[in-house]
Design a protein around this ligand. Structure first.
Ligand SMILES: C[S@@+](CC[C@H](N)C(=O)[O-])C[C@H]1O[C@@H](n2cnc3c(N)ncnc32)[C@H](O)[C@@H]1O
Length: 253
């Protein structure tokens, strides 16, 4: 308890210990609970690759995760259902937070759109929130087939199973012109140490490193996002930093 009080999880009172507002988010029944996200972060599958960095430095595997599991993260996820259940629950935690902040801070980005393709939204928490908030919008949510297999859509929301890599290359051709409201919206980390809150930047750096150790991926800084959109021939983009450690990016054709 001493270490938990010192690190700010509990406050010690005369009659015992109480959770603070932030640590209440670890409780299962809090509406914005991040319990599954915390359990996923400290799951052995996520933690073990960090201890294998030195082995990985000396072999040809593209990621420490592969050095241990001999398969990539998504193959592991497909095979180990107890882990994938936890992973999907963790992503649902994250999505609830995103929805809460997005509807408060970035609603304008969706106003006036008549259709939306939502890619990689897990079980569709963000998509449901969008169609409920914008009754004139039709939404198609695409994720891996096993994720959408049991998702029930509605008149306004379709679930499609497939691989995003087949459609992302074509999305620039498929979106309407800027005058007709066409754009790509990305919700992701923009590495940025200019904000006053250093805790946010540290969290971004850890996520960046986790991406690297587990998925052979990375988070991008402002310049890298600009390069990505430039190479994909988008004319300009706008970054709104309002979603915790993530931002909402709008890229225009
Ligand atoms: C890190 S999760 C993000 C989930 C959600 N957007 C969020 O932030 O909470 C990545 C999502 O991409 C999906 N995914 C992974 N590979 C995919 C692929 N090839 N095609 C479509 N979706 C994929 C996963 O199933 C998962 O739902």
């Amino acid at each position: 308890m001493r270490v938990l009080v010192h690190s700010g999880f509990f406050v010690e009172l005369e009659e015992g210990y109480v959770l603070i507002l932030a640590s209440r988010l670890l409780l299962k029944y809090e509406s914005l609970s991040v319990r599954a996200y915390a359990l996923m972060t400290f799951h052995l599958a996520m933690v073990k690759p960090w201890s294998f960095m030195s082995n990985w430095f000396q072999n040809d595997d593209n990621v420490p995760f592969y050095t241990i599991e001999l398969k990539n993260f998504w193959e592991y996820n497909a095979k180990e259902t107890s882990f994938s259940d936890l992973f999907n629950a963790a992503m649902a935690n994250d999505s609830k937070f995103i929805v809460y902040l997005m509807m408060k801070e970035c609603k304008a980005a969706f106003e006036g759109l008549s259709s939306l393709v939502d890619v990689g939204d897990g079980t569709g928490i963000v998509a449901w929130a969008i169609v409920e908030s914008f009754p004139n919008m039709k939404c198609t949510m695409l994720d891996l087939p096993r994720l959408v297999a049991n998702c029930q859509g509605s008149e306004k929301l379709d679930f499609v199973g497939g691989s995003m890599f087949e459609i992302l290359k074509k999305c620039k051709e498929a979106i309407a012109s800027k005058e007709n409201g066409g754009k790509v919206i990305v919700i992701d980390v923009v590495l940025d140490n200019q904000k006053e809150d250093d805790g946010f930047f540290l969290a971004q750096l850890f996520l960046d490193t986790t991406m690297f150790v587990v998925l052979a991926c990375k988070e991008r800084a402002r310049k890298e996002w600009a390069q990505l959109f430039y190479e994909a021939s988008f004319s300009h983009h706008k970054i709104t930093r309002a979603l915790g450690i993530k931002s909402l990016i709008e890229a225009y054709p």
